[in-house]
Design a protein around this ligand. Structure first.
Ligand code: AMP
Length: 216
């Protein structure tokens, strides 16, 4: 299953819930890049520069990361892919990866939210620097500097959630990522969900729409 949508659309939150529901791994390319950045690997350092500027990491880098993740035994029974593909070339490369791995069935969950709501959500969210868990001051009575409800570390605003970067991320989303939806619509694999509701409501809507999509 691919979770597709704009920044702040709730991809990561829903992907985690669905991965738990179905007992499959959740691969978030954003999380992978943030881990690499925290470890200060050469890839991570370069990726952080791009992420903080609201830009995409180059396709060839992302394709390699995703190919490596999907060919592991952990992914053999299915997986939730979150944050990839973000460009048409990435989608084309994924088609080849699926072909190589014999994957024939998949669904794209399109999380539909308008820009105004996205800007509001991104401005309100904070992250645990230790676990990467996202919280929202809308829901969790937390803000930057509050202790993480789970581990106590001081919560931070993601560098790429600053207003100027958010504007750039949305621009990049509309220019480069939105065309990916057309790519998948042509294949008839898209399920669109109104993602402006609460976490629970959106989760239930997705489950009702997709049932249990895993191959036995
Ligand atoms: P996310 O956590 O999914 O919002 O991703 C955070 C940032 O990581 C994005 O704004 C991009 O800079 C980078 N990123 C994540 N996934 C990809 C991808 N598939 N292609 C290019 N850049 C990506």
């Amino acid at each position: 299953m691919l979770i597709f949508g704009p920044p702040g659309g709730g991809k990561g939150t829903q992907a985690k819930l669905l991965a738990e529901d179905f007992g499959v791994p959740h691969y978030s390319t954003g999380d992978m890049l943030r881990t690499a950045a925290a470890e200060r690997t050469p890839l991570g350092t370069k990726a952080k520069e791009l992420m903080d500027a609201g830009q995409l990491v180059p396709d060839q880098v992302m394709i390699g990361i995703v190919r490596d993740a999907l060919k592991t035994p952990a992914a053999a029974r299915g997986f939730i892919l979150d944050g990839y593909p973000r460009t048409v070339p990435q989608a084309e490369a994924l088609a080849q990866i699926f072909k190589d791995l014999g994957i024939t069935t998949f669904t794209v969950i399109n999380m539909d939210v308008d820009d105004e709501e996205l800007v509001r959500r991104l401005g309100n969210r904070v992250m645990c620097p230790a676990e990467g868990t996202i919280f929202s001051s809308d829901l969790d009575d937390v803000r930057a500097g509050s202790p993480c409800p789970s581990c106590g570390k001081s919560l931070i605003q993601r560098d790429d959630d600053r207003p100027a970067t958010v504007r750039e991320r949305l621009k990049v989303y509309h220019a480069k990522t939105a065309p990916v939806l057309t790519f998948y619509e042509k294949l008839g694999v898209v399920v669109t969900v109104d993602a402006s509701g609460s976490i629970d409501v959106v989760h239930r809507e997705i489950k009702a729409l997709v049932g249990s999509p895993l191959q036995s």
